[in-house]
Design a protein around this ligand. Structure first.
Ligand SMILES: C[S@@+](CC[C@H](N)C(=O)[O-])C[C@H]1O[C@@H](n2cnc3c(N)ncnc32)[C@H](O)[C@@H]1O
Length: 339
């Protein structure tokens, strides 16, 4: 900033963007090597850490510098230790551990070497989600149940930043039975069940996903009011309800997305309410929703970020009235409408 208050532009912001990939990758590698776990027990010098891991000191020093810059380790004299943030989120076995989420992002990172092809040819790299739905119950081709598990953990980690906020901002005290379609980890059903103890919820997803969601629901102590029901929501009938939640479901789909909203309109009784929650850039406050379309490009055949104006238009076109938008979190927004 100059004396007269003008900001002198320089290239530092662009430099930061162009080198941002180093930040994630440094953490992916550190997690893979278990370094945060080791440093959580006691502080280590670079030499001792290298000895403990059986690798050369030079790469360990490079990693430790990177982590120090990212404020994930701190240095006192010659010894390094985890910062409080790293200790809370990046040490395995801790309740808020984000390792599965990191693995999921690292897989995206690997695939992004081919992002140019996905952009040029409008082609999914992993085929995780096909035009008609998820190809393999949440996993990408060849990933098996481990892939489904990783996806669920990834969802749980991001729902931590959204579910409680959604439960607070979506007014549901007048609702008796809610369908949570494509419930994923079940974190939203769990948060809503806790917020509204009188609310009955049916949470639906593919069978492999439901198995994992059932654990989350049981752990949250809300199995009494939340029923987890395996189904293909694009093909199977939905139970009667007076409200429907679609959280992060529409963006997996292209032309089918509007059809799901039409199906919701048909399924609901007059006065019934639809809640659409997702990474809508114009309603969220953070950067990630703007970037999320690249993940969809790599992983889905037709999916894309559907912003609030599109979703609101589809809802009005289906017949919903009182269509309203609001911010939910750094990652998401909410659109509601009444039949
Ligand atoms: C991105 S996740 C969102 C999960 C959860 N609602 C949330 O907000 O965290 C999308 C979920 O929709 C589910 N899904 C998508 N299409 C589906 C279908 N045709 N039948 C059942 N589940 C489906 C996926 O399996 C996945 O769990």
């Amino acid at each position: 900033v100059t004396d007269n208050g003008h900001v002198q532009p320089d290239s530092s912001r662009i430099h930061g963007i162009l080198t941002a990939y180093l930040q994630s990758k440094a953490v992916f590698v550190t997690l893979e090597l278990g370094i945060f776990d080791i440093l959580d027990k006691e502080p280590y010098t670079a030499a001792d850490l290298a000895g403990q891991m059986g690798i050369e000191q030079r790469p360990v020093r490079a990693l430790l510098f990177a982590l120090q810059g990212l404020q994930l380790v701190s240095r006192e004299g010659e010894r390094y230790q985890n910062t409080a943030e790293a200790s809370r989120y990046l040490v395995s076995g801790k309740p808020e551990y984000m390792g599965g989420f990191a693995e999921h992002q690292d897989q995206h990172f690997g695939n992004f070497a081919k992002l140019i092809d996905a952009v040029r040819e409008n082609r999914s790299i992993t085929q995780r989600v096909l035009k008609e739905g998820y190809s393999n119950q949440g996993a990408a081709a060849g990933e098996g149940r481990e892939g489904t598990g990783r996806l669920i953990q990834a969802m749980q980690v991001s729902s931590r930043l959204q579910a409680a906020q959604l439960a607070r901002s979506a007014e549901m005290s007048h609702i008796t039975h809610l369908l949570d379609l494509g419930c994923g980890s079940g974190a939203y059903s769990a948060a809503l069940a806790r917020q509204y103890p009188g609310l009955r919820i049916t949470a639906m997803d593919y069978p492999a996903v439901c198995e994992l969601a059932s654990h989350v629901i049981a752990e949250a102590g809300v199995s009494g009011t939340v029923e987890v029901r395996p189904a293909d929501i694009m093909r199977d009938p939905w139970p009667q309800s007076d409200a429907i939640l679609l959280s992060h479901v529409l963006d997996g789909y292209g032309s089918q997305a509007e059809k799901v909203i039409e199906k919701a309109y048909t399924a609901l009784p007059t006065g019934g309410q639809l809640f659409v929650h997702g990474h809508m850039p114009s309603l969220a406050t953070g950067l990630f929703p703007f970037l999320f379309g690249l993940i969809l490009l790599g992983n889905t055949e037709e999916g894309e970020v559907h912003d609030a104006d599109d979703v609101a238009l589809w809802m009005r076109r289906a017949g919903f009235h009182d269509v309203q938008t609001s911010n939910v979190s750094v990652l998401s927004g909410l659109i509601t409408g009444i039949k």
